[in-house]
Each structure stands twice: as C-alpha cells, then as structure tokens.
Design a protein around this ligand. Structure first.
Ligand SMILES: *Cc1c(COP(=O)(O)O)cnc(C)c1O
Length: 369
C-alpha cells in the first residue's frame, strides 16, 4: 500500500510500482523525444458549476473514457509543452513556465474550454517534478519535458462545449533532439495546404491544428524534405511557421546582423522560444525584427547573399537550422547547407541559460526544487 498524503491542491498517491533505479537508467539512456514517460501523472477534473475539483497525482497509466466523450468526436483538446532542467548547483528549474500557463488559458478560451488557473498549472508541474525528480536528466541539452493537456469529457454526441473536462500532466525525459549534433534540415514550402486561416485556431495550441497538418508533413517527406513550411492562407506568399515551430531569417545588412521572424498575425502560434530568441538576439547586439516576409523575398535575399541563415525554434528541438529549401518553383541552399554562426550562438546561449550556466538576466528561470 502506498501512503496517501494531501496538499491543499493535489492528493498525492505515489505509485506502488515505480521503475527500479536500473530500469529507469536503462529507459533514460538515449530516450529520444516523447517515447519514455515517468512513474507518475497528474489529473484534475472540471465540472461546470463546481469548477476545478480536487486533483490527484498518481501512477502513470491508461485513463478510462466513455466512447461518447466529446473530445473523441469533436476534438476539443489543447496542450502545452515546456521543460525542467537540471541546474549546475544540483537544483531543478523550469524555463518561463508561467508563459505556458497563460498560453494554455488563451488556447482554452479559443476552444470554449475552462481556463486552468495559473497557480494550479504551476503547482501541478511542481508536484510532478518533485515526485519524479529522479527522471530529470543531468546533461546539458537534456531535460524533463512536461506535457499538460486538457480534454472534453462529456459523454454526449450533441455539438456544444462540453460541461466536463479533464486536465492531465505527464512528463517525459528527453535527450538531445540531435544526438549526432545539430544537423540542418531540408524544408518543403507547402502551396497545397494551409495550417491556419484568419479567425481560425492558429494561435491556439490545439490538437486539431496538428491533425490538419499531418498530410502536408507527409507530402513534404514525399518530396524528400524533413519539414513543411506554412504560408499565409490568403495570399499564399507570406511565411508563417515551419512544422510545429516558429521560423527565423538572418540577414547581413551593411555589416549588421539582422534577425527577422514573421510577425504574430493571429494565425501563428506565439512561441515562448520565439519570444526569448528575439530578446537574446538584441542582447547579442543584433537587430531583431518582427514583420512579414514573402517567399519571393526569401529567394531573392538568398540569391543576393543578403540572407545568411534560416532556422526554426521551439521548446522540443530548441533551434533547428534549415540547410535547403524546396518548392514547386525550385530548390535553394542556405549557408551552403551548414549550420550558421547566429543559430549556433543563440542555441548555445539559450541552453546555457536554461541549465543555469550563465546569469539569468531576464528572470526567466523558475526554481522548482
Ligand atoms: C508549440 C508550437 C511552437 C513553439 O512554441 P514554443 O513555446 O517555443 O515551444 C511553434 N509553432 C507551433 C505550431 C506550436 O504548436
């Protein structure tokens, strides 16, 4: 029997069968991304009228659901992704988790779901990380990936916002996204599919956005590419994102380094990494711009040698350089297909910051343990 203890927020029921130290060590060796899960998870139910109920931290495992559950039919589902990092001094800290808590609320509003209070979001993360602290990897570039999600659980086929929901939090030790070192990707500019349209759900981190993107991702693979680049839905010419990441372009103008990322129009997902890199670029003394950038400008700037690098960014892979761009119209190399110095520098600074190896001048780290 495991002892049950309570906090004001969550009932803690530790797993009766946590992985042994050897089993854990085995599963944490080259864990990849999102394949290995820790011993525990958090669940918090919501009921219209009653609000958020008493949550529970318990052994990781399957959840039971009615087959009529609204999420399975109409896709009322949102999620988040952030990480906990081992610090030089042995503590564990997370990078800007309150930004994820707020974005989770923004996503919930768009999907007509209840907002999880920021404190509950952060407390659930603290409780799970504390319980599964042995699963936080210690190497730089490795981390514990936290995946909060919320689903509609009404067992009713009528189309309307559910009156009951379930918030869940799971955690996954994640290795370096690129164990063999950062390797630039080849991208396919999608002219057949769009990810998000004005008035739609592009700015929300909802499951449906991903479901709708898979066929374009498959097409990109068919064209020999690793990732898809999304264009705006109206003109089909302004770059929005790359796969599930934000995108940056680096220019060399009159001896100055200029870092450009598409402006937030409502159809882009406002990435925490994107926002952080804009600041870190300025810290390097570079100019940082948010504006529209068309595929024509992209091609011309590459050909004229004004654009020196392209890279994508997000929590999972941090920074992914783009080495080659393909579309129906042609095929261009970026920086000779190699990782450029700006992407490499930003990646190094961000990772060092996240692991507490350099001073946290922007107050972005939240100590967990
Ligand atoms: C999550 C996500 C990103 C990156 O956001 P981060 O907060 O930096 O992890 C970018 N684009 C899409 C579509 C996403 O879902």
């Amino acid at each position: 029997m495991s002892a049950a203890t309570s906090t004001p927020i969550l009932d803690i029921h530790p797993s009766a069968h946590p992985a042994s130290a050897e089993e854990r060590a085995r599963r944490m060796t080259n864990p990849g991304f999102g394949r290995v899960f820790t011993d525990h998870m958090v669940l918090i139910p919501y009921k219209e009228g009653a609000g958020w109920g008493r949550g529970e931290l318990k052994a990781y495992g399957p959840i039971e659901m009615d087959p009529a559950s609204s999420v399975l039919h109409y896709g009322q589902a949102i999620f988040e992704g952030f990480k906990a990092y081992h610090q030089k001094d042995g503590s564990v800290a997370s990078f800007r988790p309150e930004a994820n808590a707020r974005r989770f609320q923004t996503s919930a509003r768009r999907l007509a779901m209840p907002e999880l209070p920021e404190e509950l979001f952060l407390d659930s993360a603290r409780a799970l990380i504390r319980q599964d602290r042995a699963w936080v990897p210690s190497a730089v570039g490795e981390s514990l990936y936290l995946r909060p999600l919320m689903i509609a659980t009404d067992a009713l086929l009528g189309v309307r916002p559910s009156s009951e929901y379930l918030y869940l939090l799971i955690a996954s030790p994640s290795g370096s996204y690129f164990p063999q070192g950062v390797k630039p990707v080849t991208v396919w500019i999608s002219e057949d599919y769009v990810r998000a349209a004005p008035g739609g759900t592009g700015f929300a981190k909802c499951a449906g956005n991903y479901a709708a993107s898979l066929v374009a991702q498959r097409q990109a693979k068919g064209e020999g590419c690793d990732q898809v680049v999304w264009l705006d839905a109206i003109h089909r010419k302004y770059v929005e994102e790359m796969g599930g990441m934000n995108i940056f372009f680096v220019y060399r103008e009159k001896g100055e380094t200029v870092v450009v990322t598409p402006e937030l129009t409502g159809t882009l997902l406002p990435g925490v990494t994107r926002d952080s890199l804009l600041q870190l670029a300025k810290d390097q003394g570079w100019r940082a711009e948010e504006r529209k950038i068309s595929t024509d400008e992209w091609e011309a700037a590459l050909q004229e040698g004004r654009m020196t690098e392209v890279f994508a960014c997000g929590t999972a892979a941090v920074i992914t350089p783009v080495g080659r761009v393909k579309s129906r119209k042609g095929d261009w190399l970026v920086n000779g297909g190699e990782t450029g110095p700006v992407a490499a520098k930003l990646r190094e600074v961000l990772l060092n910051l996240q692991h507490g190896l350099i001073p946290d001048t922007h107050g972005w780290m939240t100590r967990i343990l």
